[in-house]
Every structure is written in structure tokens, then in C-alpha cells.
Design a binder for this molecule. Structure first.
Ligand SMILES: [Zn+2]
Length: 125
């Protein structure tokens, strides 16, 4: 057995977000302007996390979604900024994605505030 090189190597910034729960700068993600149909995949393992139909413009500067694919995400509570927030991450690889808030649009009322660095966009075939 030799050491396999990961097929999708992460940039240092992606690593900081996915593996160390970092947060990218607001309005820095090129994903913000994507309007095409497709899927948003975990940048760590390419699991589909959000269908483009659930993306909305939250005005926060981070890609935002009101719903995710079933069982795509897992959550935990963190206190990094001194108050309880619900962190969510890829259920497959554990990569940190963002935080979910309860001030989103209908039908879920949820706002998944995602780091663009933690996602890749795959246009609909
Ligand atoms: Zn993943």
C-alpha cells in the first residue's frame, strides 16, 4: 500500500473552513452570484448538500439556503462567539459548512448560512 493522494485537494482557505470551522469574509464567495440550476456539493467529499432551488439572497454576504438534501447535514451547538449557535457540517465527511438560523424564508423558516469555500457548484447536466 502506498499513500493515496486525495483526489480533491483543498486549498489552505478551504481547509481552514472545513476542518477548523473558520469563516470566510462576507461577500467574498463567487457562489453568491450563481443563479443556474444545479447542486451545491461539499468541497471536502463532493456529497450533494443543497439543491439550487433552495438558495436565496439573504443579504448577509454568504451563500444562503432554506433547506438541504435529506440527511446531508448534521448539526451541533457551538459557543465560538459566546452565544449558542447551531453549527452544521457535512454528514459524510464532517466538514464544517456554516450555521443555521431560524430567520429564513418559507417553507422551512430556516437560513443555512454557508461558507462558499466549503461548497462547489455542479450545474445541472
Ligand atoms: Zn463532505
Amino acid at each position: 500500500m502506498t499513500n493515496d493522494t486525495p483526489s480533491c485537494a483543498l486549498t489552505p482557505e478551504q481547509y481552514r473552513v472545513l476542518r477548523e470551522e473558520g469563516t470566510e469574509r462576507a461577500f467574498s464567495s463567487p457562489l453568491l452570484t450563481i443563479k443556474e440550476d444545479g447542486d451545491y456539493l461539499c468541497a471536502g467529499c463532493e456529497a450533494p448538500l443543497f439543491p439550487s432551488t433552495t438558495k436565496f439572497d439573504s443579504g448577509t454576504g454568504w451563500p444562503s439556503f432554506y433547506d438541504a438534501y435529506p440527511n446531508a447535514l448534521a448539526t451541533k451547538t457551538d459557543y465560538h462567539i459566546g452565544v449558542a449557535r447551531t453549527e452544521y457540517h457535512c454528514a459524510r465527511c464532517g466538514g464544517h459548512q456554516g450555521h443555521v438560523f431560524e430567520d429564513g424564508p418559507t417553507p422551512t423558516g430556516l437560513r443555512y448560512c454557508n461558507n462558499g469555500l466549503a461548497l462547489t457548484f455542479r450545474p445541472k447536466a
